[in-house]
Design a protein around this ligand. Structure first.
Ligand SMILES: Cc1cc2nc3c(=O)[nH]c(=O)nc-3n(C[C@H](O)[C@H](O)[C@H](O)COP(=O)(O)OP(=O)(O)OC[C@H]3O[C@@H](n4cnc5c(N)ncnc54)[C@H](O)[C@@H]3O)c2cc1C
Length: 371
């Protein structure tokens, strides 16, 4: 009985690893030609997903690469008022440590037998037990797991649902080697997350393990074509910085200084999500996990859910090695319930972030008793 996983992201790799520790084989087909061909993005905060790493036998290695101090948090208003500062004490439990996404992916990749991941195999279609790839090659499967992320192609085998824009557009920027290049801004941001929440705008800065600070500038209640209609020339990084500083006119000059200090790495990102509570009818031989199944607003749940999906599907298959439909049924029942709750919570958090008084409302969320 062969298991084909499409996508070597966190979810697909967690599944492959848990199958491996339970003595089961699989093949992971990944579109990228190699593991290093593109950057993996910034930091992830891993909380519930730690259970998946425990099931994968990797939790000690995870703790070795996790950044406990990344749990530090500062929340401010655009006029510079500091509303909340939390500094992680030395030796505090790693409840929500940050980890570099590339380090976590490397940990999972290095834990798999050689040749488990087949690079450069972009899934195109599947029919009656045969997968077809963009390079013209084929492979057979008994169970196909779509772990191919937000714009999954496997998803179409199960549902017509598509991600929809949620009214948020983000411009991602970066200050490399910030301790050396801008020590004043480095100490302002601190060791973890630095959030400035305004009316319809936010600035989120985050210290990364490689010494850079990543900055996400969010524009809320904006349309899907905002990048095209905003008039910001995204192919000219210096002009982008100038325009973005103008967009944040009226904010404390320390915040616009952060934008002005960014280098030429500019990534526009339109934010989309699948409907909350998406399900599909049981379908022999095919299932989904991670963003392919339940893409949600990026407020800190997606990677955790993808890891858990992978681990729990792996355990279900190990419990029913001769009955994949029973394993998938058990997995989907639990996954639909767990990820619907996470998607609902993420949508509520997203609503707070998009509200006119976002900073005070987020403060009340973290400090409901006002202390
Ligand atoms: C800016 C940002 C910050 C985030 N921060 C957090 C956080 O702090 N905590 C958190 O829990 N979540 C966070 N998330 C969400 C998290 O990144 C995702 O939910 C998670 O990566 C989903 O994992 P996945 O394995 O489902 O998909 P992915 O990680 O997207 O992996 C999918 C893989 O499939 C491959 N693929 C795609 N199409 C094909 C194809 N046709 N054939 C073969 N391979 C294919 C891709 O190349 C990729 O390797 C954040 C998201 C964003 C955008």
């Amino acid at each position: 009985m062969s298991i084909a996983i499409v996508g070597a992201g966190l979810g697909g790799l967690a599944l492959a690893r848990v199958l491996h520790v339970n003595g089961m084989d699989c093949v992971v087909y990944e579109r990228d030609p190699s593991r290093d061909v593109r950057g993996q993005g910034g930091m992830l905060d891993i909380h519930s997903g730690q259970r998946a790493l425990r099931e994968a036998g990797l939790v000690d290695q995870f703790h070795a690469i996790a950044r406990g101090e990344g749990q530090d948090m500062r929340l401010l208003e655009p006029d510079g008022t500091l509303l909340l500062q939390e500094d992680t004490p030395e030796g505090a439990p790693l409840e929500r440590p940050e980890v570099d996404r590339a380090d976590l992916r490397d940990l999972l990749l290095d834990s798999l037998p050689e040749h488990t991941v087949r690079w450069g195999r972009a899934f195109e279609s599947a029919d009656t037990g045969v997968l077809r790839f963009a390079d013209g090659s084929n492979a057979t499967y008994d169970l196909l797991v779509g772990a191919d992320g937000a714009n999954s192609r496997v998803r179409a085998l199960l549902t017509d649902a598509r991600p929809a824009h949620i009214g948020q557009n983000v411009v991602e920027l970066r200050i490399a080697d910030i301790d050396r290049t801008h020590p004043d801004l480095a100490s302002m941001v601190g060791r973890g997350n630095y959030w400035v929440l305004g009316n319809g705008r936010s600035l989120a800065a985050q210290r990364n393990g490689d010494g850079c600070v990543r900055i996400g500038l969010s524009f809320y209640n904006t349309a899907e074509d905002w990048f095209a209609t905003s008039g910001i020339p995204f192919d000219d990084p210096a002009a982008v910085r100038t325009r973005l500083v103008e967009e944040f006119t009226g904010w404390d000059p320390r915040f616009t200084a952060l934008i002005a200090a960014c280098d030429d790495t500019v990534a526009p990102r339109a934010i989309t999500a699948l409907p909350v509570g998406l399900t599909w009818p049981p379908t022999p031989g095919v299932t989904l996990l991670g963003d392919a199944a339940h893409l949600m607003p990026p407020v800190g749940e997606g990677a955790n859910m993808a890891l858990l999906d992978g681990a729990l599907l792996g355990l279900a298959l190990a419990a029913h090695p001769d009955d994949f439909p029973a394993a998938v049924e058990a997995y989907e029942r639990e996954m639909f319930e767990r990820t619907s709750a996470a998607a609902r919570m993420s949508a509520d958090m997203q609503e707070l972030l998009m509200s006119p008084d976002a900073a005070r409302r987020i403060l009340a969320f973290f400090r409901p008793d006002g202390v």
